[in-house]
Design a protein around this ligand. Structure first.
Ligand code: MAN
Length: 376
């Protein structure tokens, strides 16, 4: 496996002189017609320092485009200040950073940064990401590029929106497609049985089931339904707490290849984000054919820049490109919510990492019943 650290906050200019860049992470990736690779990487930034008596949280507060204001939250209203969130006594959260996407052009081999366009390429607007936009994913369907992204706002919480473009520069916003709380939405690159297909990761307050990857279908990319949970955390595994899709699935001879992230929780707070692989049936992607073993993800956070950063122990794959040789993939991931890296991995090694999913493995994850069935 070849890998390289591609982008760090030092490469990025903050939007304003009195702001600082905290991270460049979790990029969407797609190969352009000229063979080069286009990333839309998430830039997380924050105003330097805070007032003694209050915290300034950036918010898109004007219907006019490209205008940011601040919500000054007095300390008396604050329950707790964390690194990522400010928890208010009234029961809502605010983010400590504000995110938008920057466009970055990479060489054809995907390992060299050729251009960083410092002007923001895509930002939240009033009513679509007032608190910022995060974690984009690209899928080309026909001759159009689709981008799913998390839009965070006061009214619509953590929801996922969709935008479409013909040139990866100007975007038409199609609005919210998966309502709160739902992240890690990826689109398949073609219709299956005459429907568009998406994977998504809803989260509920009542955790009868752990946050899992679900599938959904749509006639038009806007209205989604026939939801079903298809890939769930496994007890004691490297992904026993929750999981979510990484980049959109790619078509291989063996099935749809899905790289996903899974989180292990140790103790009350220690989380580790690793990456795994799953193989979905080509004609019926609800069927999981194979998956990374429970004791062996595809990779864990092992590099210093994945182990320590804004959030420790995180690899978050979000962009995938089939290499020119068609035998490798290039995987673009966020590291520790701080940096962006690339890994070149042989498809052969990914398939070798997976083991078949058997009915009895799925059954073993279900609750054990007493075995005293009664007719009602
Ligand atoms: C969530 C999201 C991601 C982030 C990870 C790790 O899944 O906020 O953007 O990378 O957490 O912190």
């Amino acid at each position: 496996m070849e890998d390289k650290l591609l982008l760090t906050p030092k490469n990025i200019n903050p939007t304003f002189d009195d702001w600082e860049v905290k991270g460049i992470l979790n990029p969407a990736a797609i190969r352009m017609p000229n063979g080069k690779i286009c990333l839309y990487a998430r830039v997380a930034e924050a105003p330097i320092g805070h007032g003694l008596k209050s915290v300034s949280c950036p918010v898109i507060a004007s219907q006019k485009k490209n205008k940011i204001d601040f919500e000054n939250i007095h300390n008396l209203r604050i329950l707790k200040k964390g690194r990522r969130f400010v928890y208010l006594k009234e029961g809502t959260f605010r983010l400590t950073t504000f995110s938008h996407f920057k466009k970055i052009i990479l060489s054809k081999d995907g390992f060299n940064v050729e251009k960083i366009i410092q002007k923001p390429a895509f930002t939240g607007i009033y009513n679509d990401g007032d608190y910022g936009v995060e974690d984009a994913r690209f899928t080309k369907i026909g001759d159009k590029y689709y981008m799913t992204y998390v839009a965070v706002s006061y009214n619509e919480g953590v929801s996922t929106s969709l935008a479409v473009s013909k040139n990866l520069s100007s975007w038409k916003r199609l609005g919210l497609i998966f309502r709160e709380q739902n992240k890690d939405v990826v689109l398949f690159p073609q219709k299956i049985r005459d429907k568009y297909v998406a994977l998504h990761r809803p989260e509920g307050n009542f955790e009868f089931s752990k946050p899992s990857i679900w599938i959904s279908y749509s006639p038009d990319l806007i209205y989604w339904g026939k939801d079903k949970s298809i890939l769930r955390p496994r007890k004691g595994a490297w992904e026993d707490y929750k999981l979510g899709a990484g980049p959109p699935p790619i078509k291989t001879k063996k099935g749809w290849l899905l790289i996903y992230h899974g989180i292990k929780k140790e103790g009350r707070k220690k989380l580790t984000y690793s990456a795994g692989a799953a193989l979905l049936d080509i004609r019926n992607p609800e069927k999981i054919l194979a998956r990374s073993p429970r004791d062996c993800p595809l990779f864990r956070p092992t590099k210093p820049y994945e182990k320590r950063g804004f959030v420790n122990r995180v690899v978050f794959p979000s962009g995938i490109i089939l290499d020119k040789d068609k035998k490798h993939i290039l995987l673009y991931s966020g590291g520790a919510d701080d940096v962006t890296s690339v890994r070149k991995i042989a498809l052969k090694d990914i398939f070798n990492n997976m083991e078949p999913v058997r009915k009895k493995d799925i059954k073993a994850e279900q609750p054990k019943v007493a075995g005293k069935e009664r007719k009602y």
